[in-house]
Design a binder for this molecule. Structure first.
Ligand SMILES: NC(=O)c1ccc[n+]([C@@H]2O[C@H](COP(=O)([O-])OP(=O)(O)OC[C@H]3O[C@@H](n4cnc5c(N)ncnc54)[C@H](O)[C@@H]3O)[C@@H](O)[C@H]2O)c1
Length: 366
């Protein structure tokens, strides 16, 4: 087992990563005096994981109950959030209870926001079961549900007491979900670890073979980088924005196609290729790097082509609605070299038009 600390002073917490983690004992260390625990999961993960997790929590002296939400991004709603509160109230749980979020990013974001709001805030523990949640969503304390007018529009910063990432749970994850997680792994490598990027290039299939050493290293590096950034800038007033590499273009694709058509990590993959191509066109990123990123994304089953029906003006329209717009300017995170990126607010609409034109032109000739 490897442990990383998220250094947030009195809200600091550990991320434990390993195979076959003792969830009960680790939860006990994070919540020494808690008895009442609500394990929030969904109808897919519950049948796979709940028995083991409940047993382990019971052995550690908790009195755990569980609650299964319907599965899917479309259930990341006010109703699901409210149903967690209903479950806690019906169980008669007071302010001394805690929540365990057992699942992917949807469960983690919802259960985390329920923890942030139940009786003005109770502790929670993240037990991520997707690669994407292990390398990204479970770390950093962003919690939310979706509003009909926008994704993650209602939420709070609420840090977990611990993150328990058991790599063994990835064995049942569908390949497409694993690929989506690789989108975030590749993102993190580009923004913070050229060595990891090289490793991914040498053996991009390692994740799909569920190679334990690879997964441990990749999840650890991604968590280390995210933990460092979050510790510096918990509320995204500055450098945390760097974690949005690939997300400005990616969100535009997700919003244009309808959320859920492409998985988030898939949209991030194309977003990485677009950000790198834009950076090369500006003469910032050395030439050839964007092609390496595209090759790696493609090897990981991530789409690298702009959807045919999506036009340059669609990108411009959807990117203007992005949460990251400040004072009317879209803020683009662009790689300046492998392992480093920066925020740019001077990318004009013409530049976006000609980037989309170039990429679509290339696609048409393939
Ligand atoms: N809070 C953050 O910082 C942050 C960061 C990135 C993404 N997110 C959010 O995370 C969500 C995406 O997360 P995700 O990719 O984990 O999606 P998800 O939670 O929808 O999980 C993907 C699918 O895999 C299933 N699943 C989960 N674990 C499994 C397992 N071990 N075996 C078999 N099936 C399993 C789920 O039931 C679901 O069907 C989005 O809502 C996004 O907004 C949050």
């Amino acid at each position: 087992m490897e442990t990383i600390e998220v250094g947030l002073a009195e809200r600091a917490y550990p991320i434990h990563i390993g195979n076959g983690l003792g969830i009960g004992q680790l939860a006990r260390a994070a919540l020494p005096r808690t008895r009442d625990l609500m394990v929030v999961t969904n109808t897919t993960v519950g049948p796979l994981q709940l028995g083991r997790v409940m047993g382990s929590l019971g052995e550690a002296g908790f009195a755990p109950r569980s609650l299964e939400l319907p599965d899917g991004e479309r259930y990341k709603t006010v109703d699901s959030w409210m149903s967690i509160h209903t479950g806690l109230l019906e169980a008669g749980f007071g302010r001394d209870c805690a929540i365990v979020a057992l699942g992917g990013g949807v469960v983690g974001d919802l259960a985390g926001f329920a923890a942030a709001t139940y009786q003005r805030g109770i502790p929670f523990i993240q037990v991520p079961t997707t690669l994407l949640a292990m390398v990204d969503a479970s770390v950093g304390g962003k919690t939310a549900f979706n509003h009909p007018l926008g994704k993650n529009m209602v939420g709070a910063f609420w840090q977990p007491r611990a993150v328990l990432a058991d790599l063994g749970t990835l064995g049942t994850l569908p390949r497409r979900e694993l690929a989506a997680g690789m989108g975030e792994v590749i993102k993190t490598a580009i923004l913070g670890d050229a060595g990891l990027f090289g490793e991914l290039e040498r053996d991009s299939a390692a994740a799909f073979r569920l190679d334990g050493d690879f997964l441990l290293r990749a999840v650890r590096r991604c968590c280390e980088i995210k933990a460092r950034v979050v510790a510096e800038d918990e509320r995204e007033r500055g450098m945390r924005a760097l974690l949005n590499l690939g997300h400005t273009f990616g969100h535009a694709v997700e919003a244009f196609l309808g959320f859920g058509t492409w998985l988030h990590g898939e949209a991030v993959g194309l977003g990485l290729v677009m950000a790198a191509t834009l950076s090369e066109r500006r003469g910032i990123l050395p030439s050839g790097v964007a092609a390496r990123i595209a090759k790696l994304c493609s090897e990981c089953d991530l789409p690298i082509e702009i959807p045919t029906e999506m036009k340059d003006y669609d990108f411009i329209k959807f990117m203007r609605h992005d949460k990251k717009v400040r004072d009317g300017a879209v803020r683009y995170v662009l790689p300046v070299r492998l392992g480093e990126c920066r925020v740019f607010s001077d990318v004009g609409d013409d530049e976006v038009r000609s980037l989309v034109g170039e990429m679509k032109g290339r696609q048409a000739t393939i």
